[in-house]
Design a protein around this ligand. Structure first.
Ligand SMILES: *[C@@H]1O[C@H](CO)[C@@H](O)[C@H](O)[C@H]1NC(C)=O
Length: 232
């Protein structure tokens, strides 16, 4: 059999595919379900679950967060939020920023959302013309220093070491894969009780959240009244 360039390419890509499957095998399925739970919310089947798919360096994700946060405050324990990360390949430094969130979450999960908010506030430092000549190492360095300010000075070396820990790289890959698995191809995407919110791509405002969630909460209280009558 003659080895043509095409055949060689096919062989190489087959080998790569096999390698990839092997590498993947030790972290898929992951030991923990992907996602960051907002606040101290306990989830049960009566809680309305919002899953938000964010990229920490995405302007639309940033813009959607204040109204979602306001809605979460309004509904309190009736609504839970889990944030999944989708580091988009066309957003500069999205993977590094997402990895920083996994690192912080492992060190102190109460600091995860303040760190996400920090990225939303300062994300412009990490994309576009400003970063095009910066090395990956200098960006990681900048992220380590900045995130340390959010999380606390005593965490500096743990955060820095986190970027050399393969586990945090794998956790970030799991986030990417989980988002892809759910059919998410942009950010922000929102799912409510497992179903995609029809209005995606744009920042969902507070009134939209109320329009979506109010009827669901209403139904729930009707159900509770019914069971109350039953017991009375
Ligand atoms: C964890 O993070 C929260 C929020 O930033 C902070 O209030 C708390 O002191 C931190 N805990 C530790 C042990 O660093």
């Amino acid at each position: 059999m003659q080895i043509t360039p095409q055949l060689a390419l096919l062989l190489i890509s087959t080998v790569c595919l096999v390698c990839d499957v092997k590498v993947g095998a030790d972290y898929i399925p992951p030991a923990r379900f992907d996602g960051f739970v907002y606040g101290n919310m306990a989830y049960d089947s009566d809680t309305i679950l919002i899953e938000a798919f964010f990229d920490p360096v995405c302007p639309d994700s940033r813009d959607s967060w204040p109204s979602l946060k306001r809605a979460l405050t309004y509904y309190g324990s009736r609504v839970s939020l889990v944030v999944h990360l989708l580091p988009l390949p066309y957003h500069d430094n999205a993977f590094v920023a997402s990895r920083a969130l996994h690192i912080v979450n492992a060190l102190n999960s109460s600091a995860t959302f303040p760190t996400l908010e920090w990225f939303f506030k300062h994300q412009e430092k990490f994309y576009g013309a400003k970063t095009q000549y910066l090395s990956r190492a200098s960006i990681v360095d900048e992220i380590v220093k900045s995130v340390t300010k959010v999380v606390g000075a005593s965490y500096y070396s743990s955060i820095k070491n986190g970027f050399n820990d393969r586990k945090t790289d794998l956790q970030t890959r799991v986030s990417f894969k989980y988002s892809a698995l759910r059919g998410v191809y942009g950010t922000p995407f929102f799912y409510v009780n497992g179903f995609l919110l029809p209005d995606t791509g744009n920042a969902v405002d507070y009134n939209t959240w109320r329009k979506v969630i109010d009827p669901l909460v209403g139904k729930k209280s009707v159900k509770n009244e019914e069971s109350l009558h039953f017991f009375l």
